[in-house]
Design a protein around this ligand. Sequence first.
Ligand SMILES: Nc1ncnc2c1ncn2[C@@H]1O[C@H](COP(=O)(O)OP(=O)(O)OP(=O)(O)O)[C@@H](O)[C@H]1O
Length: 562
Amino acid sequence: MPARWETVMSDARRRPVALVVGIAMAAVLVLVAVAAPLLLTDAATSLTDQVRQPPSSQHWFGTDQFGRDILARALVATRLTLIMAVSATALSVVSGVLVGGAAVLLPSGAKEAVLRCVDAFVAFPPFILALVIAAVLGPGTWSAVVAIGVAGIPGFARLSSTLSASVLTKDFVVTARLLDVRRPAIFSRHVLPNIVGALLMVVTSSFALTLLEISSLSFLGLGVQSPQFDYGRVLNEALATIYVQPWGAVAPSILLVYAGITSMLIGDGLGARLHPSSTPRRRPHPSRSAARGPAHPDALVEVDGLSVTTPDGRVLVDGVSLAIAPGEVLGLVGESGSGKSTTAMAIARLLPENLSVHATTLRLDDLDLLGEPPARRLAAEIGLIYQDPGTTFNPALRMGLQLTETARVHLGRKRRDAERTVVTALTGIQVRDADRRMRQHPHELSGGMLQRATIATAMLTDPKIVIADEPTTALDVTVQAQVLRQFRRINRESRTAMLFISHDIAVVTALCDRVLVMHDGRIVEELRAADLRAGDVSHPYTRQLLDATPAFITVSQERTET
Ligand SMILES: Nc1ncnc2c1ncn2[C@@H]1O[C@H](COP(=O)(O)OP(=O)(O)OP(=O)(O)O)[C@@H](O)[C@H]1O
């Protein structure tokens, strides 16, 4: 059973009570909201001569100064209170999610401006903001809803921008960007389904606060006006006689607390079940260090003098030069943090915007990657395969929808045709039962199957180069061997060039023609794979890597066997 599913199940086992009790309490509240106005409006609104009666068997919470039953008034007020609280929450959430979600998809300048504005408003206590808005709009039911709803927008905008930003770093979103999927589609298809769980949890919890704020506005006389009444209004009516008739405030207070506890329990229960899941975007312009003719005119990929630095001046990649010939498999090895992924992402133009990229040459075939290459060509000509197949796919969507995206966007296929293409590709890469897999969610497939599905889709556009960043690291050894065999078959059959990144020398030697060894952001040695296999290395760091590779012999043998 995949880890994510296991976690959900164990949480559900641990915390089902809060959710079940919360839902049962909510059902009672809704029943009261529906039934009370039908059954009790008369008792709640008719004036009688039984004024200011204490609690009795006839009037459990007494009567008010006009002889109206206080419990009946509080129960009837439930409907309007809930309608107002739900409307204000909906206004806050929908507007907040649109502002926050859209902000993180904007170019960095606009994004910063919107988020700074949101931060400025978040600094205001929402109720103070609501009081100001209500005072401007004037007293009334809907002005209270608008005031509380608008005051809640900055909080939800901040929350959804933070949640969206974390989803935008996921591999499946980076892939969608590489595929040139439009920003609104990225938001609706990839971001929203993955933040909705966490949002729902916060929404249900904060509903209690909204309820309290709405009632407070009515209590202060800025909300519901007579003859309408909500909990706040009933409390306001009890205020005048609070010292002589304290029971007048009890019924609406109990209902207010009951509704608040209900929403907190649901929020808490959902929180136990759902786990909330800086945006790498394609760089606008890496800068050219100095114009120079190509040193490797026959190479498919040519990188010369590539340097990547952080805003605080840390050099992540330092003067890397490499060339990949058509059909060649180039290995890039080095310990964790040596700069392998940064180099590869610079070639795919997918580094985060905060990093500065300089190079003399950065070219893929005839595409100058230092200029403004067409996004569609980049998307079709570079196939990306990531380390952890579990994060490559959007957990909220079925495999079919995700796997056919490339065929639909880049090959212009209709849905059915795209499905047929993908099923054929999956079958070709030995994913059994491909039709059924298309209807499943990512967590229903094994890691090996997911990685083979990634490889199949990366190959759909017939890319000129495949960049595989530690594609076997998250897989167990048997599955590693199967996946490596698929890479070898693709390279043999399609002559696709590959940049194969790994910290594992054994894996690299099993697949690559040539290997570059990276250390501390620099290439320290370049070798033929055969030399590396034979242990014929000269740099002490490469020797260290070799010495730390116990599985070297096993995987190398596997290479000769297949
Ligand atoms: N956006 C970023 N901002 C600042 N530093 C970064 C950023 N991305 C990567 N780094 C740093 O750059 C260095 C190289 O990272 P990189 O991911 O390229 O290494 P790697 O060799 O691929 O390692 P691994 O095998 O662990 O992925 C690391 O020290 C990393 O912390």
